[in-house]
Design a protein around this ligand. Structure first.
Ligand code: DX5
Ligand code: ZN
Length: 221
């Protein structure tokens, strides 16, 4: 597995009564980003967390906050998420009518702009947008919940995206999100993923957070 692959623990699976401690633990164990899942109960059938938590985390941790917006009309909230300290703001292509404008407005705020696709959304939908993206987040489960099973067809999609970016000499980072564990991580990285967003396999690991991260680090070294 490529040793440059980054780990982005997804706090959706964390214990929110001990969030600061758990974020410190993943940071100490070698996490690269903190993945923050924002859900509005409309774009996805679940509600999670929002701007105040990002604001608090930004003041708590030095790790970049990788904010995944699973919300409708994300363009209405970009400024607030940027002000709260997001390092990356990722919007869903399915939620954006004017994706070019939205990505540009994220970049104008000095934040890295990400675009995400649901499992059944074809890659060609972002064909005209990826040059304005700093990150492409490929969903490997249907968004809304942690602890789901990785959809195996995603591997082919990641490989096609890798080729698409290489062919056009684009440098957007490929992140994959959903159902990732130590067994499937090597093939996901081999297909071309550079960042793995991992929830349950880190925060709910029986062996504990630190050991779980170590196991991911072992396979990437
Ligand atoms: C799903 C979220 C994911 C989720 C991943 O809607 O976007 O980030 O937390 O969790 P696991 O790794 O448990 O599938
Ligand atoms: Zn996510």
């Amino acid at each position: 597995m490529n040793n440059k692959v980054k780990l982005a623990p997804s706090i959706l699976s964390a214990d929110f009564a001990h969030l600061g401690e758990q974020v410190d633990e993943v940071a100490k164990a070698g996490a690269d980003y903190i993945h923050v899942d924002v859900m509005d109960g409309h774009f996805v059938p679940n509600i999670s967390i929002g701007i105040p938590i990002i604001d608090s985390l930004h003041r708590w941790t030095a790790l970049p906050l990788d904010v995944h917006l699973m919300i409708e009309k994300p363009e209405n909230y970009i400024k607030q998420f940027a002000a709260a300290g997001a390092a990356i703001i990722t919007v869903h292509i399915e939620a954006c009518t004017h994706i070019h404008r939205t990505l540009e407005s994220i970049r104008e705020l000095g934040v890295r702009a990400g675009v995400s696709l649901n499992p059944a959304t074809p890659l060609n939908l972002i064909d005209e947008a990826i040059m304005y993206a700093d990150l492409v987040l490929v969903m490997s489960v249907n968004p809304g919940f942690g602890g789901q099973i990785f959809i195996p067809e995603t591997l082919n999609k990641i490989a096609r995206l890798r080729r698409m970016l290489n062919d056009r000499h684009l440098e957007a980072e490929i992140e994959v999100d959903g159902g990732i564990n130590v067994s499937n991580a090597p093939s996901i990285a081999k297909a071309g993923a550079q960042v793995l967003a991992v929830g349950n396999s880190i925060f709910q690991a029986k062996e504990g957070i630190t050991k779980a991260i170590k196991r991911f680090r072992e396979i990437r070294n």
